[in-house]
Ligand binder design. Structure first.
Ligand SMILES: Cc1cc2nc3c(=O)[nH]c(=O)nc-3n(C[C@H](O)[C@H](O)[C@H](O)COP(=O)(O)OP(=O)(O)OC[C@H]3O[C@@H](n4cnc5c(N)ncnc54)[C@H](O)[C@@H]3O)c2cc1C
Length: 496
């Protein structure tokens, strides 16, 4: 080990945050407000993590790694955006348009004159893809899911036996059409998993978070600039101005830790706030830094790598991390010569094909150096959540993600047939990105494995969308985990 700098005699406790994704960003912002002296280590060149952008040489524009959308039930994310001055980078949409492969259209739009929780009722009663009976029963099931007293399924995130959502729908004798036209799109877009694998608890949690707020919870926040502009350029400047030391291209390799003389870490169950203690971190260039506290906000694979490099398998073995199954998200980036959606729409749910959501978001000229404004090369994205399920199917195996892209283009040709038939719409080029570890599958057993923020180390806490927030892997989960980890450190610091 090379030199270890000791923490200086500041009044503010020093905190090292490892990872500059949304969990690390929210932890940094929260730690500053709590009086910590923050140093952040990020192994890449940018902040944002999975909420990042890629360069597209054909158009000279930054496009997002995958379309990221937040709903207004993402309360902590929206508050963080506000505190960091990011609110202006998002457009808000209250309506959810639907476009089916046979050309049929529908929408769920709130009725502003009704109380919050009833605002979607009129739209729901006329939702064209369900029969009258299906609309009625779907409404009752949503109400049951949103109301803990009315749900006759045992809800316990600590037991994997609580079952999948498909089993619950089967018990409720939900029709195949309602599953295909309503429940499947809803679950794919909120939980990035198919109903056969997703846990009942995860669905219930989502509905309970959104249901009381009615249409307020269903407002979509869609970025109007690349994520890089928001979560790297703007946030980095904000954090630096507030005194955070940002270190890019600095991969944390391992921790050095010490056992207190009287403890037996190997055999004891982890005790929050008890020793052992992290003494220093080592970077990939072999330099070491020492801090009062450490907040590890890296994704699961890197968490495991750092822990095993630090000879801390005893801790990770207690976590049953093998229960985590990665879920992929494929994004088909498409450039057409004109918009597929009317100008007032930025998004539409798609029904009847592999593509689940189409986006053609507003792009703010000053904030994005693309050539979309000339109306000749319009950027669209189609999102396919849980694409690992589709890619595993026979029909896609030979051509992988490209096969999926062809199917999506075909789906769009059918869905927007009149536009294509007139030959006014042409696909100029496309690009496919699949993020194989985009999120984790919210299956029934994973909740047992999600670690709490506290660790057996008295000065180390965890954050990240995969830690125990009870939410699926989302921006909101990441933000809440970062804030929660800082709350724990504050408590520890006041005890010290
Ligand atoms: C294609 C795609 C689409 C998505 N769509 C949505 C959406 O619409 N809505 C939504 O809410 N969520 C969406 N998500 C999920 C969302 O992006 C994640 O839940 C969230 O960004 C996770 O944040 P995080 O900070 O926990 O992890 P990450 O973003 O993975 O950040 C971790 C950071 O740690 C860094 N790091 C790792 N190891 C080390 C190390 N050893 N040393 C230093 N740094 C390290 C990484 O480089 C990274 O920057 C999507 C994800 C993808 C991939």
């Amino acid at each position: 080990m090379s030199s270890i700098s000791t923490p200086d005699q500041r009044v503010s406790p020093s905190l090292a945050i490892i990872g500059g994704g949304l969990a690390g960003i929210s932890a940094a912002e929260s730690a500053l407000r709590s009086g910590f002296q923050v140093t952040l280590f990020e192994r890449s060149r940018v902040l944002g993590g999975r909420a990042g952008s890629l360069f597209e040489p054909n158009t000279g524009q930054w496009i997002d790694n995958g379309q990221h959308v937040a709903l207004s039930c993402c309360t902590e994310l929206l508050r963080l955006n506000q505190r960091l001055g990011l609110t202006g980078f998002f457009e808000q949409k209250k309506t959810i348009p639907f476009a089916r492969i046979d050309g049929k259209r529908g929408q769920l739009a709130p009725a502003g004159w009704l109380p919050n929780r009833w605002q979607f009722l009129p739209a729901f009663l006329t939702f064209p893809f369900l029969s009258l009976k299906e609309r009625f029963t779907t409404g009752l099931l949503l109400r049951e899911l949103g109301n803990p007293k009315k749900t006759n399924v045992k809800v316990n995130v600590k037991t994997p036996e609580s079952g999948t959502f498909a089993q619950w729908l089967e018990n409720k004798k939900v029709s195949a059409n309602a599953i295909e036209q309503f429940w499947t799109p809803l679950i794919f877009s909120t939980l990035s998993e198919s109903i056969e694998y997703v846990s009942f608890d995860a669905v219930q949690h989502i509905v309970r978070e959104s249901f009381p707020a009615g249409s307020q919870a269903m407002t979509f926040y869609i970025p109007t600039v690349p994520l890089r502009t928001i979560y790297h350029e703007t946030v980095a400047e904000q954090l630096r101005n507030r005194g955070v030391e940002l270190n890019f291209l600095k991969r944390v390799k391992r921790f050095y830790w010490t056992l207190p003389a009287d403890s037996d870490f190997q055999s004891d169950a982890p005790q929050p706030y008890a020793s052992p203690k992290i003494r220093a971190l080592e970077l990939a260039d072999s330099s070491c830094r020492s801090f009062d506290y450490y907040l590890l906000a890296a994704p699961l694979p890197q968490f495991q790598e750092i822990m095993s490099n630090s000879a801390l398998e005893t801790y990770t073995e207690q976590l049953a991390l093998e229960r985590f199954e990665p879920a992929s998200i494929t994004t088909i980036h498409l450039w057409f010569n004109r918009r597929l959606l009317p100008a007032k729409l930025s998004h539409s749910a798609l029904l009847g094909g592999p593509g689940q959501f189409l986006f053609c978001p507003r792009r703010d000229e000053n904030n994005n150096n693309n050539n979309q404004q000339n109306n000749k090369c319009i950027y669209h994205t189609v999102v396919i959540s849980a694409s690992h399920r589709l890619l595993a199917e026979h029909e896609f195996t030979s051509r992988g993600s490209l096969g999926l892209a062809e199917r999506v283009v075909e789906q769009l040709r059918n869905t927007f047939a009149s536009s294509f038939q007139k030959e006014t719409t042409q696909l100029l080029f496309h690009r496919v990105t699949t993020h194989f570890e985009a999120v984790f599958s919210p299956n029934p057993s994973v909740y047992l494995a999600r670690p709490e923020s506290e660790t057996p180390f008295s000065n180390l806490v965890l954050a990240g969308d995969w830690t125990q927030t009870k939410l699926p892997a989302t921006l909101e989960s990441a933000v809440r985990s970062g804030q929660h980890a800082v709350q724990i450190l504050k408590k520890i610091d006041s005890l010290d």
